[in-house]
Design a protein around this ligand. Sequence first.
Ligand SMILES: [Zn+2]
Ligand SMILES: [Zn+2]
Length: 436
Amino acid sequence: MKTTIHRGHNQIGGSCVEIQSDNTKILLDLGLSLDSNIFEIPDPNDITLAQGEELIKSSEFTDIKGIYIWDKRPNTIDAVLISHSHPDHWGIVQWLKPEIPIYFSESSFKLINKSAQLLGRPKIREDRVKFFKPENTFQVGDLECNPYLVDHSAFEACAFELTDSKHTIFYTGDFRRHGRKNKLWDKVLKKVKQPLDLLIIEGTTLSRPNETPLTEKDLEEQAVTDMKKCDGLSMIWTSSQNIDRLVTVYRAAKRTNRIFVIDPYTAHMLKIAGESNVIPYPSDQFSDVKVYFPQRFSSYLVKQSSEHVLFEFKKYKITKEEISEDPSKYFMIVRPSVKDYLKHLSLDKSILFYSMWEGYRDDEKSMTFLKWLESKGTKEIFLHTSGHADSSTIKKTIDTLQPEHLIPIHTLFPEWFENEYKKTKILKNGNSITLE
Ligand SMILES: [Zn+2]
Ligand SMILES: [Zn+2]
Protein backbone atom coordinates (compact mmCIF):
# COMPACT_ATOMS: atom_id res chain seq x y z
CA MET A 1 0.00 0.00 0.00
CA LYS A 2 1.15 3.50 -0.79
CA THR A 3 0.33 6.52 1.38
CA THR A 4 0.73 10.08 0.15
CA ILE A 5 0.24 13.17 2.29
CA HIS A 6 -1.23 15.78 -0.03
CA ARG A 7 -1.69 18.34 2.69
CA GLY A 8 -1.41 18.69 6.45
CA HIS A 9 2.15 17.66 7.39
CA ASN A 10 2.86 21.07 8.91
CA GLN A 11 -0.48 22.79 9.22
CA ILE A 12 -3.68 22.48 11.22
CA GLY A 13 -6.61 22.07 8.87
CA GLY A 14 -6.85 21.26 5.17
CA SER A 15 -5.79 17.63 5.71
CA CYS A 16 -5.74 15.25 2.77
CA VAL A 17 -4.18 11.76 2.66
CA GLU A 18 -4.17 9.41 -0.33
CA ILE A 19 -4.14 5.63 0.17
CA GLN A 20 -3.42 3.41 -2.81
CA SER A 21 -3.73 -0.39 -2.79
CA ASP A 22 -3.24 -2.82 -5.72
CA ASN A 23 -6.39 -1.66 -7.51
CA THR A 24 -7.95 1.13 -5.45
CA LYS A 25 -7.11 4.75 -4.69
CA ILE A 26 -8.97 6.76 -2.05
CA LEU A 27 -8.59 10.08 -0.28
CA LEU A 28 -9.03 10.46 3.48
CA ASP A 29 -10.48 13.95 4.02
CA LEU A 30 -10.31 16.84 1.59
CA GLY A 31 -10.54 19.99 3.64
CA LEU A 32 -10.16 23.71 3.31
CA SER A 33 -7.28 25.49 5.01
CA LEU A 34 -8.45 27.20 8.17
CA ASP A 35 -7.70 30.63 6.67
CA SER A 36 -9.76 29.98 3.51
CA ASN A 37 -13.08 31.72 3.03
CA ILE A 38 -15.56 29.41 1.32
CA PHE A 39 -17.71 32.40 0.30
CA GLU A 40 -14.85 33.73 -1.86
CA ILE A 41 -14.55 30.52 -3.91
CA PRO A 42 -16.55 30.53 -7.18
CA ASP A 43 -19.70 28.38 -7.09
CA PRO A 44 -19.08 24.76 -8.23
CA ASN A 45 -21.72 25.17 -10.97
CA ASP A 46 -20.04 28.19 -12.57
CA ILE A 47 -16.33 27.75 -11.90
CA THR A 48 -14.08 28.17 -14.95
CA LEU A 49 -10.85 26.35 -15.81
CA ALA A 50 -8.82 29.52 -15.15
CA GLN A 51 -10.45 30.04 -11.73
CA GLY A 52 -9.85 26.38 -10.85
CA GLU A 53 -6.21 26.55 -11.86
CA GLU A 54 -5.80 29.68 -9.77
CA LEU A 55 -7.19 27.85 -6.71
CA ILE A 56 -4.54 25.15 -7.16
CA LYS A 57 -1.77 27.69 -7.83
CA SER A 58 -2.60 29.65 -4.67
CA SER A 59 -2.65 26.33 -2.72
CA GLU A 60 -6.26 27.00 -1.71
CA PHE A 61 -7.15 23.57 -3.18
CA THR A 62 -5.05 20.43 -2.86
CA ASP A 63 -3.26 19.63 -6.14
CA ILE A 64 -4.53 16.19 -7.25
CA LYS A 65 -4.74 15.27 -10.91
CA GLY A 66 -8.15 14.94 -12.59
CA ILE A 67 -10.45 15.15 -9.56
CA TYR A 68 -11.99 18.62 -9.86
CA ILE A 69 -14.94 19.55 -12.08
CA TRP A 70 -12.94 21.98 -14.20
CA ASP A 71 -10.11 19.50 -14.84
CA LYS A 72 -10.45 17.74 -18.23
CA ARG A 73 -7.85 15.08 -17.37
CA PRO A 74 -9.26 11.67 -16.36
CA ASN A 75 -10.22 11.20 -12.71
CA THR A 76 -7.72 9.15 -10.69
CA ILE A 77 -9.62 8.55 -7.43
CA ASP A 78 -12.19 5.84 -6.51
CA ALA A 79 -13.69 7.54 -3.44
CA VAL A 80 -13.23 10.17 -0.75
CA LEU A 81 -13.83 9.26 2.91
CA ILE A 82 -14.69 12.14 5.24
CA SER A 83 -13.84 11.73 8.93
CA HIS A 84 -16.07 14.50 10.36
CA SER A 85 -18.10 17.63 9.78
CA HIS A 86 -15.43 20.32 10.34
CA PRO A 87 -14.77 22.18 7.05
CA ASP A 88 -11.00 21.69 7.35
CA HIS A 89 -11.76 18.01 6.58
CA TRP A 90 -14.46 18.19 3.89
CA GLY A 91 -14.64 21.81 2.63
CA ILE A 92 -13.46 21.13 -0.95
CA VAL A 93 -15.69 18.19 -1.88
CA GLN A 94 -18.38 20.28 -3.62
CA TRP A 95 -15.84 20.94 -6.38
CA LEU A 96 -15.09 17.26 -7.05
CA LYS A 97 -16.24 15.59 -10.27
CA PRO A 98 -19.72 14.11 -9.71
CA GLU A 99 -18.61 10.55 -10.52
CA ILE A 100 -16.38 10.43 -7.41
CA PRO A 101 -18.38 9.00 -4.48
CA ILE A 102 -18.01 10.74 -1.13
CA TYR A 103 -18.47 8.73 2.06
CA PHE A 104 -19.91 10.43 5.15
CA SER A 105 -21.54 9.28 8.34
CA GLU A 106 -25.21 10.21 8.00
CA SER A 107 -25.29 12.77 10.83
CA SER A 108 -22.10 14.49 9.60
CA PHE A 109 -23.62 14.90 6.15
CA LYS A 110 -26.92 16.22 7.50
CA LEU A 111 -25.14 18.74 9.74
CA ILE A 112 -23.03 19.96 6.82
CA ASN A 113 -25.90 20.33 4.37
CA LYS A 114 -28.34 21.87 6.85
CA SER A 115 -25.68 24.38 7.80
CA ALA A 116 -25.06 25.12 4.09
CA GLN A 117 -28.80 25.66 3.55
CA LEU A 118 -29.09 28.01 6.54
CA LEU A 119 -25.95 30.01 5.78
CA GLY A 120 -26.29 30.15 1.98
CA ARG A 121 -23.22 28.04 1.13
CA PRO A 122 -23.06 25.53 -1.75
CA LYS A 123 -24.71 22.25 -0.70
CA ILE A 124 -23.25 18.81 -1.41
CA ARG A 125 -25.41 16.87 -3.88
CA GLU A 126 -26.94 13.94 -2.02
CA ASP A 127 -27.00 11.66 -5.08
CA ARG A 128 -23.21 11.41 -5.06
CA VAL A 129 -22.95 10.67 -1.32
CA LYS A 130 -22.56 7.23 0.25
CA PHE A 131 -23.19 6.70 3.95
CA PHE A 132 -21.19 4.61 6.33
CA LYS A 133 -22.17 3.71 9.87
CA PRO A 134 -19.57 3.98 12.63
CA GLU A 135 -18.30 0.52 13.62
CA ASN A 136 -19.66 -1.01 10.37
CA THR A 137 -17.09 -2.23 7.87
CA PHE A 138 -17.49 -1.23 4.22
CA GLN A 139 -15.52 -2.02 1.11
CA VAL A 140 -14.07 0.34 -1.49
CA GLY A 141 -12.45 -1.76 -4.23
CA ASP A 142 -9.96 -4.05 -2.49
CA LEU A 143 -9.76 -1.83 0.60
CA GLU A 144 -11.65 -2.82 3.73
CA CYS A 145 -12.62 0.34 5.62
CA ASN A 146 -13.51 0.39 9.32
CA PRO A 147 -14.85 3.67 10.68
CA TYR A 148 -14.53 4.00 14.48
CA LEU A 149 -16.51 6.59 16.42
CA VAL A 150 -14.17 8.92 18.35
CA ASP A 151 -14.41 11.68 20.92
CA HIS A 152 -14.00 15.09 19.20
CA SER A 153 -15.66 18.51 19.16
CA ALA A 154 -17.51 17.57 15.93
CA PHE A 155 -20.51 15.25 16.22
CA GLU A 156 -20.06 11.64 15.05
CA ALA A 157 -16.37 12.09 14.19
CA CYS A 158 -14.63 8.91 13.02
CA ALA A 159 -11.15 7.47 12.67
CA PHE A 160 -10.50 5.06 9.79
CA GLU A 161 -8.74 1.70 9.72
CA LEU A 162 -7.88 0.53 6.20
CA THR A 163 -6.79 -2.95 5.30
CA ASP A 164 -5.81 -4.64 2.05
CA SER A 165 -4.62 -8.24 1.68
CA LYS A 166 -1.25 -7.41 3.26
CA HIS A 167 -1.32 -4.29 5.44
CA THR A 168 -3.30 -2.21 7.92
CA ILE A 169 -3.24 1.58 8.17
CA PHE A 170 -4.95 3.62 10.90
CA TYR A 171 -5.84 7.29 10.39
CA THR A 172 -6.97 9.04 13.58
CA GLY A 173 -8.67 12.06 12.01
CA ASP A 174 -9.24 14.60 14.81
CA PHE A 175 -9.73 13.06 18.24
CA ARG A 176 -9.41 13.58 21.99
CA ARG A 177 -9.91 11.76 25.24
CA HIS A 178 -11.30 14.49 27.51
CA GLY A 179 -14.73 15.17 26.00
CA ARG A 180 -18.17 13.82 26.84
CA LYS A 181 -17.35 10.57 25.00
CA ASN A 182 -13.90 10.18 26.54
CA LYS A 183 -14.22 6.43 26.99
CA LEU A 184 -14.45 5.85 23.25
CA TRP A 185 -10.75 6.23 22.54
CA ASP A 186 -9.64 3.38 24.82
CA LYS A 187 -12.21 1.14 23.15
CA VAL A 188 -10.90 2.12 19.71
CA LEU A 189 -7.34 1.31 20.73
CA LYS A 190 -8.47 -2.19 21.70
CA LYS A 191 -10.20 -2.75 18.36
CA VAL A 192 -7.55 -1.61 15.88
CA LYS A 193 -5.99 -4.57 14.05
CA GLN A 194 -2.53 -5.71 15.06
CA PRO A 195 0.14 -5.65 13.82
CA LEU A 196 -0.43 -2.10 12.66
CA ASP A 197 1.81 -1.16 9.77
CA LEU A 198 1.21 2.56 9.66
CA LEU A 199 -0.33 5.12 12.00
CA ILE A 200 -1.28 8.57 10.67
CA ILE A 201 -1.95 10.66 13.77
CA GLU A 202 -3.00 14.23 14.48
CA GLY A 203 -0.89 16.53 16.69
CA THR A 204 -2.89 19.75 16.95
CA THR A 205 -2.09 20.56 20.58
CA LEU A 206 1.67 19.97 20.46
CA SER A 207 2.49 23.66 20.65
CA ARG A 208 1.56 23.22 24.34
CA PRO A 209 2.78 19.65 24.97
CA ASN A 210 2.81 19.90 28.79
CA GLU A 211 -0.73 21.12 29.32
CA THR A 212 -3.39 18.88 30.82
CA PRO A 213 -6.70 19.80 29.19
CA LEU A 214 -9.87 20.53 31.14
CA THR A 215 -12.61 17.97 30.52
CA GLU A 216 -16.14 18.81 29.37
CA LYS A 217 -17.20 17.75 32.87
CA ASP A 218 -14.82 20.39 34.34
CA LEU A 219 -16.45 22.99 32.09
CA GLU A 220 -19.90 21.94 33.28
CA GLU A 221 -18.86 22.42 36.92
CA GLN A 222 -17.31 25.82 36.17
CA ALA A 223 -20.44 26.97 34.31
CA VAL A 224 -22.67 25.88 37.20
CA THR A 225 -20.51 27.76 39.75
CA ASP A 226 -20.50 30.96 37.66
CA MET A 227 -24.22 30.84 36.83
CA LYS A 228 -25.16 30.32 40.46
CA LYS A 229 -23.37 33.61 41.26
CA CYS A 230 -25.03 35.46 38.36
CA ASP A 231 -28.19 37.53 39.10
CA GLY A 232 -28.77 38.52 35.47
CA LEU A 233 -28.86 36.87 32.06
CA SER A 234 -26.26 34.15 31.42
CA MET A 235 -24.98 33.91 27.85
CA ILE A 236 -22.56 31.75 25.91
CA TRP A 237 -20.80 32.27 22.60
CA THR A 238 -19.82 28.89 21.18
CA SER A 239 -19.93 26.96 17.92
CA SER A 240 -23.42 25.62 17.23
CA GLN A 241 -21.81 22.52 15.70
CA ASN A 242 -19.95 21.71 18.90
CA ILE A 243 -22.66 19.36 20.16
CA ASP A 244 -20.52 18.16 23.10
CA ARG A 245 -20.23 21.74 24.36
CA LEU A 246 -23.94 22.39 23.87
CA VAL A 247 -24.76 19.32 25.95
CA THR A 248 -22.27 20.49 28.62
CA VAL A 249 -23.90 23.89 28.92
CA TYR A 250 -27.45 22.54 28.66
CA ARG A 251 -26.68 20.37 31.68
CA ALA A 252 -25.27 23.40 33.53
CA ALA A 253 -28.44 25.37 32.68
CA LYS A 254 -30.59 22.55 33.99
CA ARG A 255 -28.60 22.31 37.21
CA THR A 256 -29.07 26.05 37.82
CA ASN A 257 -32.79 26.01 36.88
CA ARG A 258 -32.30 28.15 33.82
CA ILE A 259 -34.16 27.73 30.55
CA PHE A 260 -31.75 27.04 27.66
CA VAL A 261 -32.53 29.63 24.98
CA ILE A 262 -31.12 28.94 21.51
CA ASP A 263 -31.37 30.43 18.01
CA PRO A 264 -32.94 28.55 15.06
CA TYR A 265 -29.55 27.60 13.59
CA THR A 266 -28.46 25.90 16.83
CA ALA A 267 -31.91 24.31 17.11
CA HIS A 268 -31.47 22.63 13.73
CA MET A 269 -27.98 21.36 14.58
CA LEU A 270 -29.18 19.88 17.89
CA LYS A 271 -32.22 18.33 16.24
CA ILE A 272 -30.04 16.45 13.71
CA ALA A 273 -27.79 15.18 16.51
CA GLY A 274 -30.88 14.32 18.57
CA GLU A 275 -32.28 12.07 15.84
CA SER A 276 -29.77 9.33 16.67
CA ASN A 277 -28.76 10.14 20.27
CA VAL A 278 -30.19 11.52 23.47
CA ILE A 279 -29.35 15.16 22.79
CA PRO A 280 -31.55 18.04 24.02
CA TYR A 281 -33.33 20.01 21.28
CA PRO A 282 -36.54 22.06 21.15
CA SER A 283 -39.27 19.43 21.42
CA ASP A 284 -42.04 18.28 23.73
CA GLN A 285 -39.47 15.99 25.35
CA PHE A 286 -37.23 18.93 26.40
CA SER A 287 -39.54 21.64 27.72
CA ASP A 288 -36.53 23.54 29.15
CA VAL A 289 -35.19 24.35 25.66
CA LYS A 290 -36.70 27.42 23.94
CA VAL A 291 -35.97 29.19 20.66
CA TYR A 292 -35.55 32.93 20.10
CA PHE A 293 -35.85 34.42 16.65
CA PRO A 294 -33.32 37.19 15.87
CA GLN A 295 -34.83 39.53 13.26
CA ARG A 296 -31.78 39.56 10.96
CA PHE A 297 -31.60 35.79 10.57
CA SER A 298 -35.37 35.43 10.20
CA SER A 299 -35.47 38.08 7.42
CA TYR A 300 -32.55 36.40 5.68
CA LEU A 301 -34.34 33.04 5.62
CA VAL A 302 -37.56 34.63 4.37
CA LYS A 303 -35.55 36.26 1.54
CA GLN A 304 -34.10 32.83 0.67
CA SER A 305 -37.64 31.37 0.66
CA SER A 306 -36.60 29.16 3.56
CA GLU A 307 -39.21 30.34 6.09
CA HIS A 308 -40.18 26.71 6.67
CA VAL A 309 -36.92 26.10 8.54
CA LEU A 310 -37.97 28.86 10.97
CA PHE A 311 -41.52 27.60 11.39
CA GLU A 312 -40.26 24.20 12.44
CA PHE A 313 -39.55 25.51 15.96
CA LYS A 314 -42.38 28.06 16.22
CA LYS A 315 -44.08 26.03 18.94
CA TYR A 316 -41.08 26.48 21.24
CA LYS A 317 -40.67 30.23 20.73
CA ILE A 318 -39.70 32.57 23.55
CA THR A 319 -40.08 36.34 23.12
CA LYS A 320 -37.87 39.26 24.17
CA GLU A 321 -40.65 40.33 26.53
CA GLU A 322 -40.68 36.96 28.28
CA ILE A 323 -36.89 36.99 28.73
CA SER A 324 -36.98 40.61 29.94
CA GLU A 325 -39.44 39.79 32.74
CA ASP A 326 -36.66 37.97 34.61
CA PRO A 327 -33.39 37.49 32.65
CA SER A 328 -31.87 35.50 35.54
CA LYS A 329 -34.08 32.57 34.55
CA TYR A 330 -32.33 32.10 31.21
CA PHE A 331 -29.13 30.86 29.62
CA MET A 332 -28.83 32.05 26.06
CA ILE A 333 -26.63 31.22 23.07
CA VAL A 334 -25.38 34.41 21.40
CA ARG A 335 -23.00 35.59 18.69
CA PRO A 336 -22.18 38.94 17.02
CA SER A 337 -25.04 38.65 14.51
CA VAL A 338 -27.67 38.75 17.30
CA LYS A 339 -26.47 42.05 18.79
CA ASP A 340 -29.63 43.87 17.60
CA TYR A 341 -31.78 41.35 19.49
CA LEU A 342 -29.70 41.73 22.66
CA LYS A 343 -30.22 45.51 22.55
CA HIS A 344 -33.81 44.86 23.65
CA LEU A 345 -32.77 42.91 26.76
CA SER A 346 -31.38 44.07 30.08
CA LEU A 347 -27.74 42.99 30.30
CA ASP A 348 -27.27 44.40 33.78
CA LYS A 349 -25.35 41.87 35.95
CA SER A 350 -25.13 39.49 32.98
CA ILE A 351 -22.28 37.10 32.15
CA LEU A 352 -20.94 35.81 28.84
CA PHE A 353 -19.05 32.54 28.56
CA TYR A 354 -16.59 32.84 25.67
CA SER A 355 -16.41 29.18 24.66
CA MET A 356 -14.24 28.87 21.55
CA TRP A 357 -10.60 28.92 20.58
CA GLU A 358 -9.10 32.24 21.80
CA GLY A 359 -7.68 33.07 18.36
CA TYR A 360 -11.18 33.72 16.99
CA ARG A 361 -11.67 36.72 19.24
CA ASP A 362 -9.00 38.74 17.43
CA ASP A 363 -11.09 39.56 14.37
CA GLU A 364 -12.78 42.95 14.26
CA LYS A 365 -16.38 41.71 14.45
CA SER A 366 -15.64 39.62 17.55
CA MET A 367 -13.79 42.39 19.32
CA THR A 368 -16.54 44.95 18.58
CA PHE A 369 -19.18 42.54 19.94
CA LEU A 370 -17.23 41.70 23.11
CA LYS A 371 -16.48 45.38 23.79
CA TRP A 372 -20.13 46.29 23.29
CA LEU A 373 -21.21 43.61 25.77
CA GLU A 374 -18.66 44.88 28.28
CA SER A 375 -20.02 48.41 27.89
CA LYS A 376 -23.49 47.07 28.77
CA GLY A 377 -22.27 45.55 32.03
CA THR A 378 -21.58 41.98 30.88
CA LYS A 379 -18.77 40.12 32.62
CA GLU A 380 -16.84 37.85 30.25
CA ILE A 381 -15.64 34.40 31.41
CA PHE A 382 -13.43 32.03 29.41
CA LEU A 383 -14.92 28.53 29.26
CA HIS A 384 -13.24 26.26 26.76
CA THR A 385 -11.19 23.15 26.20
CA SER A 386 -9.57 21.81 23.07
CA GLY A 387 -11.24 19.34 20.72
CA HIS A 388 -7.88 17.60 20.24
CA ALA A 389 -5.78 15.02 22.05
CA ASP A 390 -3.14 16.20 24.52
CA SER A 391 0.43 14.88 24.32
CA SER A 392 -0.11 12.12 26.89
CA THR A 393 -3.08 10.74 24.90
CA ILE A 394 -0.99 10.87 21.72
CA LYS A 395 1.81 8.96 23.47
CA LYS A 396 -0.60 6.42 24.87
CA THR A 397 -2.02 5.88 21.39
CA ILE A 398 1.38 5.27 19.81
CA ASP A 399 2.61 3.09 22.69
CA THR A 400 -0.53 0.94 22.57
CA LEU A 401 -0.78 0.49 18.82
CA GLN A 402 2.98 0.00 18.30
CA PRO A 403 2.86 0.87 14.61
CA GLU A 404 5.77 -0.03 12.36
CA HIS A 405 5.66 3.47 10.81
CA LEU A 406 4.39 6.75 12.21
CA ILE A 407 3.30 9.79 10.19
CA PRO A 408 2.20 13.06 11.84
CA ILE A 409 -0.57 15.22 10.36
CA HIS A 410 -2.76 18.19 11.34
CA THR A 411 0.05 19.74 13.38
CA LEU A 412 2.41 22.69 13.45
CA PHE A 413 5.01 20.58 15.28
CA PRO A 414 5.70 17.34 13.37
CA GLU A 415 9.19 17.45 14.93
CA TRP A 416 7.68 16.60 18.35
CA PHE A 417 6.95 13.10 16.99
CA GLU A 418 10.47 12.81 15.60
CA ASN A 419 11.95 13.72 18.99
CA GLU A 420 9.76 11.23 20.84
CA TYR A 421 9.69 8.31 18.36
CA LYS A 422 12.54 7.26 16.08
CA LYS A 423 10.14 5.51 13.68
CA THR A 424 8.47 8.84 12.79
CA LYS A 425 8.55 9.76 9.14
CA ILE A 426 7.57 13.35 8.37
CA LEU A 427 6.00 13.15 4.93
CA LYS A 428 6.08 16.61 3.43
CA ASN A 429 3.09 17.55 1.28
CA GLY A 430 3.15 15.51 -1.94
CA ASN A 431 5.53 12.84 -0.55
CA SER A 432 4.74 9.12 -0.19
CA ILE A 433 5.66 5.98 1.72
CA THR A 434 5.12 2.49 0.27
CA LEU A 435 4.56 -0.53 2.52
CA GLU A 436 6.18 -3.60 0.99
ZN1 LIG B 1 -9.32 19.42 11.87
ZN1 LIG C 1 -12.10 18.63 13.70
